[in-house]
Design a binder for this molecule. Structure first.
Ligand code: NAI
Length: 345
């Protein structure tokens, strides 16, 4: 039996992980707490930890896990910006789930966009109150509008195709454009200046942090709709709020928020929200917030559990070799693993 400390457990995680764990002799110790400096010690006696997007896997945490004999950090997410991969190098191996349902996220991005531009969130509340007035519900057609897709990996490409299905004009920007893709790559500047809608699908890195800031917003069309299902810190939230207050930004659809770590995924109703910025954003009539929900489909949950268990099993029974290992050695975390057939270190 491979013992794994499973941090930040939610009720919806357990059935699929228990199922695949039993099939592959992986035993999960489900912990409600997030992984941080104070809770790392709960993994003592386990060979691996399984973490999610808001577990803080920084250098101190990694050192503590390493000293307690943990060999593997298994992310049950695609994004890994919360793990200091540099600090893990030569101490603990890190694996992730590169794809579990890119459709889930791309479809959620479109769901948010449609809800926003057709005011579905307002109509839903009105009709529940037997208010059948249409005043203030005027939307706009997506057909014929220009959508700027930033990041054309798995999710961005599916979102672009969905948009094409709506008859939208798709503009795309990617630092590493896909070869032979039938997509119109343009500069980031052109995305900002020409898009009616901008949807973010690139990872959070030092380079992309706050890529949507005051300067970027100043270059955008008046009334632009910004959709973020990627990572909160791609957007400078204060600049976003200012853009909304000045009417430059027409609407924002946010599944992620830069300070979400201690807020999202929990029931905070009945509490005073201490995050003024988030409170202000949520109070805006043209801002829709979902709490990092884009991945949450049955298909995705099953795929996440299956791949995570396979990653763990593969690492511990295949001489440490796992296709989904992240590494730091060459600095090309994602691209390197596609060519490598051995452990990172
Ligand atoms: P992916 O790795 O397939 O695609 C990312 C794309 O971004 C790649 O084409 C890459 O070349 C591009 N990129 C990298 N650096 C860039 C830069 N500086 N500027 C522009 N593009 C850049 O990743 P995938 O699966 O499409 O996921 C995208 C993001 O979605 C993830 O990084 C993750 O943060 C987020 N995500 C959010 C979820 C949610 O529930 N809200 C669930 C899953 C992923």
């Amino acid at each position: 039996m491979i013992k794994v400390a499973f941090y930040d457990t939610k009720a919806y995680d357990m059935p699929s992980f228990e199922h695949y764990g039993k099939l592959h002799d992986v035993e999960f110790k489900f912990l409600e707490t997030k992984l941080n400096e104070n809770t790392a010690t709960l993994a003592k006696g386990c060979e691996a930890v399984c973490v999610f997007v808001n577990d803080a896997v920084n250098a101190t945490v990694i050192q503590k896990l390493y000293e307690d004999g943990v060999k593997l950090i298994a992310l049950r997410s695609a994004g890994y910006n919360n793990v200091d991969v540099r600090a893990a190098f030569e101490k603990i191996h890190v694996v992730h789930v590169p794809a579990y349902s890119p459709y889930a996220v791309a479809e959620h991005a479109m769901a948010l966009l449609l809800t926003s531009v057709r005011r579905i969130h307002k109509a839903y509340n009105r009709t529940r109150d037997f208010n059948f007035s249409l005043n203030g519900l005027t939307g706009f057609d997506l057909h014929g509008k220009s959508v700027g897709v930033i990041g054309t990996g798995k999710i961005g490409m599916i979102f672009a195709n969905i948009c094409k299905g709506f008859g939208m004009n798709v503009l795309a920007y990617d630092k590493f454009p896909a070869k032979n893709a039938e997509i119109n790559y343009v500069s980031l500047e052109k995305i900002f200046s020409d898009s009616d809608i901008i949807s973010l699908h690139c990872p959070l890195t030092d380079e992309t942090q706050h890529m949507i800031n005051e300067n970027a917003i100043s270059k955008m069309k008046k009334g632009v709709v910004i959709v973020n299902t990627s990572r909160g810190a791609l957007i400078d939230s204060e600049a976003l709020l200012n853009g909304i207050k000045s009417r430059k930004i027409g609407a924002a659809c946010l599944d992620v928020y830069e300070e979400e770590a201690n807020i999202f995924f929990e029931d905070r109703s009945g509490h005073i929200l201490n995050d003024e910025l988030l409170s202000r954003l949520i109070s805006m009539p043209n801002v829709i917030v979902t709490s990092h929900q884009a991945f949450l489909t049955e298909e995705a949950l099953n795929n996440i559990a299956e791949t995570t268990v396979n990653n763990i099993k593969s690492y511990f029974t295949n001489d440490g070799i796992c296709d989904n290992e992240l590494c730091y050695r060459c600095g090309q975390i994602e691209r390197c693993k596609q060519e490598r057939k051995q452990k990172c270190f």
